[in-house]
Every structure is written in C-alpha cells, then in structure tokens.
Design a protein. Structure first.
Ligand SMILES: Cc1cc2nc3c(=O)[nH]c(=O)nc-3n(C[C@H](O)[C@H](O)[C@H](O)COP(=O)(O)OP(=O)(O)OC[C@H]3O[C@@H](n4cnc5c(N)ncnc54)[C@H](O)[C@@H]3O)c2cc1C
Length: 387
C-alpha cells in the first residue's frame, strides 16, 4: 500500500515480495470501514467493490442462548458502514494492479530481502535473493513491511517490547451447507469460544485455546474437538465432517508486541514489523494500512520540501504510536478480562460481556473502535505520478 501511494505521488519505489504471488496461508480477510474509506478517497471504491466479497454490518455473539450485538458498524458515518471480507490476495492484487499505472511503482516478486546494507552507520539498501541469484538494491529509505517475523527488523537491532497474550487460535475452514445468520459471529459456551465468519460457501472458524494448548487439544482427539465445536454452534452438525484431520487446522501463535523505536537512519518499520497485533477485533490489516497512509502523508510532502528522511521517519512513529498503543491496550484488556476468563472458567459469562448486554451504547463505541480505530488516517497526497 505504501509502495502504491509513493508511486502514485511520483516517487521511485521498489516493492520486494519473496513469494511468486500473493497467495498465502490464511491470515485474515477483513477490510474495515476505515480502509474502505481510504479506497474511496483514492477514487477506487467502485472498482474495488467489484471484487467478490461479503459484507457484515454487525458482529453478534450467542451468550446463554441469546444473540447479543457486540459491535455495530451500520451507524458509522462513512461511505461503507460495514466490514468487507475479501481474501488478502485479492486485495493485494488489486493494489498492485492500480500501482502498475504509475511508472515510479515497481513490484518484484520472487525477491526475498536477505539483509540490510549498511554504510557509515546508515542503512543504504538491502541484499535480495532473486531467481537469478543475489543482488544488492540501494535506496534512500528502506521500509521494513515484512510482517511479524520481519528479518529486516531483527537485523536492525531496534528494541522490541513483548506484551504477550494468554491465548493461541486454531483456524480451520468448514464447508457451509446450511444458511445461518452471517452476523452471528461468536459462539460462547461450556466448550469455550468459537468465532465463525461466513465466507459464502464455507465457514472460516477460529477456536480460542490457552497459549501452547494445541498439543493438549490434539491428545484429546479430533472427534472430541469436533464435538466441542458443534456444542458451541449446533448448526455446524451438518458440516463438521468436512474436518477430516488435524492437517486442516492452522495454529496462530498469538503475539502482541511493538517496537520502542520504529526507525534508524535509512530504515523505517511499519505494519506487523513494527507492531504485531492481537487477533482481537481483527484489526491488524487495517492498522498496517493506516501506517502506510500516515507514512505517505508525511514522506511525500516532507521529501518535496527537502526535509531530512530520518526526521520524517521519526514523525511517522510519533503519528502512529498512539493509535497502535491504544489499540493494543484495549486488545490486551479483552484478552485478559474476557478471553482469559473464558479459557479458565469454561461456560461462565465474563463480566464485561454481561455489561455489553445492558448498555447498547457500548455496541456503537465498539463498532467505532473496531471499524475506524483510533485517529483514522486520510489520503492527503495528490496523484502526480501518472505516466
Ligand atoms: C491466522 C491469522 C489470521 C489473521 N486474521 C486477521 C483478520 O481477520 N483481520 C486482520 O485485520 N488481521 C488479521 N491478521 C493479522 C494480519 O494478517 C496482519 O496484521 C497484517 O497482514 C499485517 O500486514 P503487514 O503488511 O505488516 O505484514 P504481512 O501481511 O505479514 O505482509 C508481509 C509481506 O512481506 C513478505 N515478506 C516477508 N518477509 C520477506 C522478505 N524477507 N523479503 C521479501 N518479502 C518478504 C510476505 O510474504 C508478505 O507478503 C491475522 C493474522 C494471522 C496469522
């Protein structure tokens, strides 16, 4: 996204992607109202919404047999008051296709950054493994947007603060044979907490387990696990046999952390590389995009005005660390007070969820917090890079 925005503004940018395409393991498909708003500001919304997706206006959870709205997006004052579910590869392909219109935007797939090039204490580029062998790419600024296991961040030596999480998540898909309310998202009961996302012809399911508990779950056996999922969401009874082995279950080891300093001379970290988010609220993609927009808003006019690149990187951190810190703070609250409670006291409704039932106003506040986030960014740079 940052590559696209810089290319659109007439800067020369090279995006390196280690894979041959954007197809990858599932890691969330949520495009929140804040991102849809940005797509609209870029003038791309009509084309974007032509890509296949599902829409969700509310998130509901079954608590003691009753459906309770957790977050309501429908009353947000935005162009698209809903979460769109779209595979990440479709989203990334869309952004890359838009970028291709700008001569300054270059995307090189099959190109893995191996390490940083340093000269006199400054990062001046990266070593890259390509199909033709290893090459060196020099740049005025290297942006590490290489995810939660960022090799560039690791090599930079920037200090990372681990915040931690008491849980992990088991992800799986089940084919969907019956119609069910797509807004019914969370299923809470004796067996714990199950999230199901309606993806048209299948359910994307997330089952919360205690940290490190996957092996224990496996020891209890696949049938016990299947029974547990059906007890939480009885309508899965017709679909559960689609789960044939543990190989179809993908473990997300939940990490919550953030860099204390997001940059050093010549290098800026954004997205998961700067701050791995908890899956609570499914906001990681959107925060990464907000970082990209903030970085472009600061870098483009700053560079045009001849300001120093390191000073601009420091401004990006100052702009983004508050929204990231506050988001992680409420995620950690939910992890401890709701999810942690569910894991320890199976079947007992956590206090904050009871509160939610009594105060419908909270559903709107959560809709805003999840859907728009803290201090949402807007596109402030003009398109000047068209060929
Ligand atoms: C199972 C799972 C479910 C999730 N569900 C959600 C959800 O529902 N909603 C949500 O908002 N977030 C979700 N997340 C989090 C979300 O995926 C991340 O927060 C988001 O993708 C971060 O974006 P990013 O661009 O910083 O990093 P990434 O999306 O991780 O992108 C990094 C990119 O860099 C490439 N790369 C890595 N190393 C190199 C290298 N050395 N050289 C070249 N390229 C490299 C990778 O191939 C990748 O394309 C989920 C994560 C997981 C693991």
């Amino acid at each position: 996204m940052l590559g696209y925005l810089l290319g659109r503004s007439g800067l020369d940018v090279l995006v390196l992607e280690k894979h041959a395409d954007f197809l990858r393991d599932f890691r969330g498909d949520t495009i929140h109202p804040s991102t849809l708003e940005l797509v609209g500001e870029l003038g791309l919304l009509r084309d974007f919404l032509r890509c296949p997706h599902q829409r969700l206006e509310r998130l509901k959870m079954v608590i003691e047999g009753n459906a309770v709205t957790i977050a309501d997006f429908s009353r947000l004052r935005v162009t698209c008051p809903y979460v769109a579910f779209m595979p990440q590869w479709d989203f990334l392909n869309f952004v890359a296709e838009q970028g291709a219109a700008y001569p300054g935007f270059n995307l090189k797939k099959n190109s893995q950054a191996l390490g940083l090039l340093t000269r006199a204490g400054r990062i001046v580029g990266v070593r890259v493994l390509t199909a033709a062998g290893e090459i060196q790419v020099e740049a005025d600024l290297v942006v590490a947007a290489d995810g939660r296991h960022s090799i560039l961040r690791e090599q930079s030596g920037l200090p990372l603060r681990e915040i931690g999480a008491p849980l992990d998540v088991v992800w799986l898909r089940l084919k969907k044979s019956t119609h069910a309310d797509p807004e019914l998202f969370g299923h809470f009961g004796q067996g714990g907490l199950l999230i199901t996302v309606d993806r048209g012809d299948y359910w994307q399911c997330a089952y919360i387990i205690p940290k490190g508990g996957f092996e224990h779950l496996k020891v209890q056996g696949l049938n016990a696990f299947k029974g547990c999922l059906v007890s939480l969401k009885p309508s899965l009874a017709d679909d559960i046999d689609d789960l044939r082995s543990w190989d179809s279950c993908f473990l997300l080891t939940v990490a919550v952390n953030r860099l204390q300093r997001w940059w050093r001379p010549g290098l800026l970290c954004i997205g998961d590389a700067a701050h791995a988010m908890s899956p609570v609220g499914g906001v990681g993609i959107n925060l990464a995009i907000q970082d990209a927009v903030a970085a472009a808003n600061i870098l483009v006019p700053g560079l045009a005005a001849g300001q120093g690149i390191d000073h601009l990187c420091a401004r990006v951190q100052r702009r983004r660390e508050l929204p990231v810190g506050l988001t992680q703070a409420w995620q950690v609250f939910v992890q401890k007070r709701i999810l942690g409670h569910v894991l320890v006291n199976s079947g007992v409704v956590p206090g904050p969820l009871r509160f939610l039932r009594k105060l419908p106003m909270l559903q709107l506040i959560l809709g805003r917090l999840v859907g728009l986030g803290v201090r949402p960014e807007h596109i402030r740079i003009r398109e000047t890079g068209a060929g």
